[in-house]
Design a protein around this ligand. Structure first.
Ligand SMILES: Cc1cc2nc3c(=O)[nH]c(=O)nc-3n(C[C@H](O)[C@H](O)[C@H](O)COP(=O)(O)OP(=O)(O)OC[C@H]3O[C@@H](n4cnc5c(N)ncnc54)[C@H](O)[C@@H]3O)c2cc1C
Length: 310
């Protein structure tokens, strides 16, 4: 299987690596080795890989920047299909629209939009992920979310067939999309509708949101951003704080003292540390406040049941 994957990658000039530490490719800096890692650089190459994986029943996982992923200490037995720098073209598409390949970082897309005097991405610019990951998660911040600007996307399904979805068909909701329900599908490009704006004001807003993040978030420690989703009728960080859990620690994982909504990798944390910490936080918040918190990061290689409810 390794030889065949390597052959496809050679044919399409895609980088192919083996035994790649996920800790080096996730913002949490946690995770054992993935068997195979491929840098996707074209739709043709992606299609060949998907068809191969389907035929040979090889598991695969689509990864962008790895900023919303908690990877197992045992790593991943399969192929990571990475969409990053090799898949990051951007272009204007008329009528204030921009079209981005899915490996483009949100910060770069926002900067590109600003360079075209287009507003609408400022609040999203500090989210440290790719356009593909942001669409999958319907990422959002400061009362803005991908849903507000996305008008369509292109993707390949597990057979390597190309499709287009419009904004309604994307079923974008709170940290949810068509792609959270269909993890075998890969977003290849996203079309976004922006609006004409003043370049100075756009740049000022981007800088303002960046400084708000710096002030409130523990950006000097590895994390996956907010660890729990916002429960109906409450705020996870407030509930955790009110339970006195800031600074609560298991192994190297800690509830940030700066922002209770973030679990940070304070000192060489393992995935097991983070899961145990999250279990404890969830049980304490449930007992004291009556809210059941749900994890926000996507679990990679973690066995179902490892984060069960008791
Ligand atoms: C410091 C920090 C701050 C953060 N702040 C925010 C915030 O304000 N708001 C917010 O919403 N999130 C935030 N996050 C979380 C994270 O940055 C977002 O969820 C981001 O959109 C994930 O993008 P990614 O490229 O890193 O995706 P990944 O983490 O690599 O993947 C996330 C999910 O998307 C899927 N995916 C990735 N690319 C594709 C693709 N091309 N096609 C199909 N599926 C794909 C993956 O399979 C996975 O299920 C923060 C994270 C950190 C570390």
């Amino acid at each position: 299987m390794k030889e065949q994957l390597q052959q496809i990658c050679t044919e399409y000039a895609m980088t192919f690596l083996t035994d790649v530490p996920l800790s080096s490719h996730t913002t949490f800096h946690i995770g054992g080795n993935a068997d195979f890692w491929i840098e996707i650089n074209s739709i043709q190459g992606m299609r060949q890989l998907l068809q191969f994986c389907k035929k040979q029943k090889v598991p695969y996982f689509v990864m962008g920047r790895g900023s919303n992923i908690l990877a197992s200490d045992d790593g991943y037995r399969g192929v990571i299909l990475h969409l990053g720098n090799d898949f990051s073209e951007m272009q204007t598409a008329g009528q204030n629209k921009i079209l981005c390949q899915s490996g483009v970082m949100l910060s770069n897309a926002a900067k590109f939009a600003a360079d075209q005097n287009l507003t609408g991405m400022e609040a999203l610019s500090g989210i440290p992920g790719t356009i593909g990951g942001a669409l999958c998660m319907n990422a959002g911040a400061y009362d803005s979310e991908m849903k507000d600007i996305v008008i369509s996307c292109e993707y390949l399904d597990e057979n390597g067939e190309e499709h287009v979805l419009n904004s309604e068909e994307l079923h974008l909701g709170y940290r949810h999309s068509f792609f959270t329900d269909h993890p075998d599908c890969i977003v290849t490009s996203v079309m976004m509708q922006l609006h004409p704006g003043d370049p100075d004001q756009i740049s000022e807003k981007i800088a303002e949101y960046a400084s708000r993040r710096k002030e409130k978030q523990p950006l000097n420690f590895p994390s996956a951003g907010s660890t729990f989703k916002r429960p109906k009728g409450g705020y996870a960080s407030q509930l955790i704080d009110e339970c006195g859990l800031k600074g609560y620690q298991i192994g190297g994982a800690q509830v940030s003292e700066k922002h209770a909504g973030f679990v940070i990798n304070q000192n060489h944390a393992t995935c097991a540390d983070v899961l145990q910490l999250c279990r404890d936080v969830r049980n304490i918040v449930l007992a004291k406040k009556g809210y059941l918190l749900e994890l926000e990061p996507v679990l990679l290689g973690v066995q179902a049941g490892e984060f069960s409810c008791s």
